[in-house]
Write a protein that binds this ligand. Structure first.
Ligand code: URA
Length: 209
């Protein structure tokens, strides 16, 4: 049942390479994160259901497709997930936005929650969880545990890079949540960083290093 989709579109792959390059500046990295998240968002929303509504064009009337159901909820795993919000909101401007704040205990690499704000009416909405890096999977598992308590209609997880270990751990806990990523890298190092990876996504987005 667990599914992983690697979005291998050439534009995504090219932008990912620029983001991996350690010489890419903070400003360019942030810009690329916005661009790539628009492309990932396009793929992830491919199966959103449509309804048909009667509208008038300047020439005639027609039944035209519109998105069905309640607004999508984007959930950003702080802080790096915020680097994906601008791009995703560019293509789904009416989405609701939730935030889950988690940090990694540097010793245990376990996820510790420090913030949670989700839209009140989550039932019947599709949730798209964003975090550029699926590394150990601990944050993703903890965030989705929380989101499931709010009983959304569906959940998808979108990242830029995933480690095989992270996908395995995530799907052991949440086999029903499909993962979308631009690449699956080789492994995690002893500090829980994805190799070859792109370094610390939060630091590269926000210039904090
Ligand atoms: N988080 C990051 O920002 N980078 C990694 O490689 C792993 C987790």
């Amino acid at each position: 049942m667990s599914s992983v989709t690697v979005i291998d579109h050439p534009l995504v792959q090219h932008k990912l390479t620029l983001m991996r390059n350690k010489n890419t500046s903070t400003g360019n990295f942030r810009k690329l994160a916005t661009e790539i998240s628009m492309l990932l968002g396009y793929e992830v929303t491919r199966d959103l259901p449509l309804n048909y509504e009667e509208i008038e064009t300047p020439l005639t009337s027609m039944k035209a497709p519109v998105l069905e159901g309640k607004k999508v909820v984007l959930v950003s795993i702080l802080r790096a997930g915020n680097g994906f919000l601008d791009g995703m909101l560019n293509i789904i401007p009416s989405a609701r936005v939730g935030h889950v704040g988690l940090y990694r205990d540097p010793k245990t690499l376990g996820a510790i929650e420090y913030y949670l704000k989700l839209p009140k009416e989550f039932t019947d909405r599709d949730a798209i969880v964003v975090d550029p890096m699926l590394a150990t999977g601990n944050s993703a598992v903890a965030a989705v545990n929380r989101i499931k308590q709010a009983k959304p209609k569906s959940i998808k997880f979108v990242c830029l890079l995933a480690a095989p270990e992270g996908i395995k751990h995530f799907h052991e806990q949440h086999a029903d949540v499909p993962v979308y990523t631009a690449a699956i890298d080789d492994h995690l190092n002893d500090h829980g960083y994805i190799v070859p990876g792109l370094g610390d996504a939060g630091d590269r987005l926000f210039g904090t290093r």
